[in-house]
Structure formats: C-alpha cells, structure tokens
Design a protein. Structure first.
Length: 222
C-alpha cells in the first residue's frame, strides 16, 4: 500500500499567509489618513492661524486690546477737568486790582455808589419864575497820601434842582472865614455863587414836601 505525501497545500497556505501579513504592514506604515497624522496636521493649523490666513490672501487679524482699555478714535477730544465749586475766577487779561502806592490794597472802595444827599453846586438860575441850583451828582473818591482828603467825583451831566427861597443855608470856608458851618441868607449865598461860578462846592441837601431844597449844608473840605 502506497502513502502519498501532501506537501504542496501546506506550502501554498504558508506563502499566502506571509503575503497577507506583509500587505497589512505596508498599508499601516504608508497610510496618511492615520489618527496620529490627522492630529498633527490639526495641531499645526491651530497653532499658526496667521500663516493660514496669509496663505489664502487675507490680512492678519489685529491683536485685541487688554480688558479695561479703549482704543481712542481719530475725532475724539480730551475734555478739561471740571473746575471745583468755589474756585475764584481768574482776572481778565490786563485787569488789575485797585492797589495803593506801595502795591497793596489801600482799603478804599473804588466803586462807591452815588451819594443820595450830596451834590456839587455850580451856579443858579431863576428861569421859569422859581429858583433852581445847577448841580451835578457824584460820590466820594479815594484820596492819595499827599492830599488833604478824598475828592468828590461828579458823574453825569449838569441838572437842575429847585430851591426854596426861604431855605436854611449854612456854609464854611471859602464862603465864610470859618471851618465851622455858619448860617447865611439865601440871597447872600446866591451872590457868592454869581461871583464864583463853577466852584463845585459840595453841599448836603434835604428836600421839602414840595420837592424843593429846604435845607442846604456845606461839606467842609480842607
């Protein structure tokens, strides 16, 4: 009885298995779609977005400002800080505060109001059948160290003020030779005004019920 040996099928199977194993290894090593390759490509794309945008023709994206900072606009203007309440206003250019000869405040009010009961008398007129004094209103100014006293500074134009023919009048130097007020008659007073026109002597006056001067008292000035 003859025994037949089957060598060829075994050899064929061995060769076939070896070829399959070699094919699998080649496919695994050469494939570009493996998970590790994809992860590496994605990481590269994420780490350099600027290069990706430049590669496609786009401009690079500007960096964002830190939180809390605002980018100034071209037309924005910086406003000055508010002035605290109570801050004294600055004097206008060229204006100076009233000062004395030594550059200090002389203590004089340079903006005195018009005196309500004092006038400078210049002349008189009997026009219209009644007596009227030609006077100018004013106020007392500020004297200087080398003067005898403050001057009476007149304002406005000459006006008329009616005077009672029986008014009580008192005068001092230079109308009479005295530094104390002395009573004189109305006519004597008018004669002196006619002889010394535009003297501008200062008088304190009082008006009666009819609106005419019923009392006239000269203010002595050195």
């Amino acid at each position: 009885m003859m025994i037949t040996r089957r060598y060829r099928p075994i050899v064929f199977r061995t060769l076939t298995l070896g070829a399959c194993v070699a094919g699998v290894v080649a496919l695994t090593g050469c494939s570009s779609d493996s998970p590790s390759s994809a992860g590496t490509a994605a990481s590269a794309a994420t780490s350099s977005p600027t290069q990706t945008e430049q590669g496609t023709g786009g401009a690079s994206t500007p960096q964002a400002l830190p939180a809390g900072k605002v980018s100034p606009s071209a037309g924005s203007k910086v406003s000055p800080p508010p002035v605290p309440a109570g801050t004294p206003a600055k004097p206008a250019p060229g204006s100076t505060a009233p000062t004395g000869a030594a550059g200090e405040d002389d203590g004089c009010d340079h903006k005195m109001p018009i005196s309500p009961d004092e006038i400078a008398v210049y002349r008189y007129t009997p026009e219209g059948g009644s007596l009227s004094l030609i006077i100018r209103h004013g106020n007392w100014g500020c004297g200087t160290p080398d003067s005898d006293g403050a001057p009476f500074e007149t304002v406005g134009k000459e006006t008329y003020l009616p005077m009672d023919q029986a008014a009580y009048v008192t005068v001092t130097d230079p109308i009479v030779a005295s530094t104390e007020n002395q009573p004189i008659g109305v006519q004597e007073f008018l004669d002196w005004l006619e002889a010394h026109p535009d003297s501008g002597l200062v008088f304190r006056y009082h008006l009666g019920a009819d609106g005419a001067i019923d009392r006239l008292e000269q203010v002595f000035t050195p």
